[in-house]
Design a protein around this ligand. Structure first.
Ligand code: CP
Ligand code: NVA
Length: 309
C-alpha cells in the first residue's frame, strides 16, 4: 500500500510516515486497554517475517496481533526467500490475500519499500538497516510515562548513529523534544539526514563530538550496541572507535537529576553501557521492552483505522 488517501498512513516503514498526528494517535491508542480497540484483526492473519534474529520484536508484535483479535504467522526469511525463492512483489501480493497486515525485519530497507509498493494491506517495518520505528514508539511511550510530555525535554543518544538512533530522533522531533546526538568521528549522522529530521516537527537536533556534551542536562539518555546485526565483521574496528563512549555512572551524573536511561536491548554490559547504569535505579529498560507490545498494538490499531475514543 503506498497512496495516502485519508489521514491514516498506509504503511509504517519509518516514523516520518506517521507525522506528528500519527505518532500521537499511535501512542494514545497504545495506552488504551486492548478491549477498547475493537479487535480490528478479527478473523484475519498477520505475517511476521524475520530475516534477522529477534526476541522483543517477535514476541511483542505476535502478542499485539493477538490482542487485536488476529492470528500471527511467524516465518523466517530464508523460508520465504525474498528474491531467491520468488520475487518480493509476488510474496506481497500473495500474502495480501491471507493477512490483514504484513510486517518484516529485513536486511535491506528497500525490501520493505518493495513490499509496501505491491501489497494491498499495511506493511510494517520490524527493523531494517535504516530504521526501527516500532522501537522508537516504545521509547517515546516510556519517556512520556517518566517525564510527562517530551516538548522541550532534552533527549540524548550517545553512540552509533544507526537504525535505532534515526527512528528515535524522528519521533522526538515530531513530539517537540530537543535531541542531542553524540557520536565519534565516522559514526555520526549524515548532515542531509539531520536536516531532513529537523524539518519533520517542532523539536531540535544538535550534534556533539563528545558524550559529555550530548548528555549535559538531558532528561533521557539512550544508547545502543556499537555493532548492529550484519556488522559483525567490523566488530573489533567498531569497538576501538567507540572507546570512551560507554554510558557509565560518571556520564549519567552529567544528566538532569531525574534523568532516565534507555536502551532498546540486547545490551552489551561493559561496552556501550556499564552494568551499574543499566542495572541501576535510573534504568527503565525493562519497562521500555514491555512497552514494545503496547506501542506495537497502538501503531497497528492506528494503521488499521481504529480511532481514539
Ligand atoms: N529491541 C529489539 O528490537 O530487540 P530484538 O532484536 O530482540 O527484537
Ligand atoms: N541497532 C541494533 C538494534 C537491535 C535491536 C541492530 O540493528 O542490530
Amino acid at each position: 500500500m503506498t497512496a495516502i488517501e485519508h489521514d491514516v498512513p498506509s504503511d509504517l516503514l519509518d516514523i516520518a510516515d506517521l507525522g506528528a498526528d500519527g505518532v500521537r494517535k499511535s501512542l494514545d491508542l497504545a495506552s488504551l486497554n486492548p478491549r477498547e480497540l475493537g479487535a480490528p484483526l478479527a478473523g484475519r492473519g498477520a505475517a511476521l517475517i524475520f530475516e534477522k534474529p529477534s526476541n522483543r520484536t517477535r514476541h511483542s508484535s505476535e502478542m499485539a496481533v493477538v490482542q487485536l483479535g488476529g492470528h500471527p504467522v511467524y516465518t523466517r526469511g530464508e523460508e520465504i526467500g525474498f528474491d531467491t525463492r520468488e520475487p518480493v512483489e509476488d510474496i506481497a501480493r500473495v500474502m495480501s490475500g491471507y493477512h490483514g497486515l504484513l510486517a518484516a525485519r529485513v536486511m535491506q530497507h528497500q525490501t520493505l519499500v518493495r513490499l509496501a509498493g505491491a501489497a494491498d494491506v499495511p506493511v510494517v517495518n520490524l527493523l531494517s538497516d535504516h530504521s526501527h520505528p516500532l522501537q522508537a514508539l516504545a521509547d517515546a511511550l516510556t519517556m512520556e510515562q517518566h517525564l510527562g510530555g517530551l516538548r522541550g525535554r532534552g533527549v540524548a543518544y550517545v553512540g552509533d548513529y544507526n537504525n535505532v538512533a534515526r527512528s528515535l530522533a524522528e519521533v522526538c522531533v515530531l513530539l517537540g523534544a530537543d535531541v542531542r546526538l553524540g557520536a565519534p568521528k565516522g559514526y555520526e549522522p549524515d548532515p542531509v539526514d539531520v536536516e531532513r529530521i529537523r524539518g519533520l516537527g517542532e523539536g531540535t537536533v544538535t550534534l556533539h563530538k563528545r558524550p559529555e556534551e550530548a548528555v549535559d542536562g538531558a532528561h533521557a539518555v539512550h544508547t545502543d550496541t556499537w555493532v548492529s546485526m550484519g556488522q559483525e565483521r567490523d566488530r573489533e574496528e567498531r569497538r576501538a572507535a567507540f572507546a570512551g563512549w560507554t554510558v557509565d555512572t560518571e556520564l549519567m551524573e552529567r544528566a538532569a537529576p531525574d534523568a532516565v536511561f534507555l536502551h532498546c536491548l540486547p545490551a552489551y554490559r561493559g561496552l556501550e553501557v556499564s552494568a551499574d547504569v543499566i542495572d541501576g535505579p535510573r534504568s527503565v529498560v525493562i519497562e521500555q521492552a514491555h512497552n514494545r507490545m503496547h506501542a506495537a498494538r497502538g501503531a497497528l490499531a492506528m494503521l488499521l483505522g481504529v480511532e481514539v475514543p
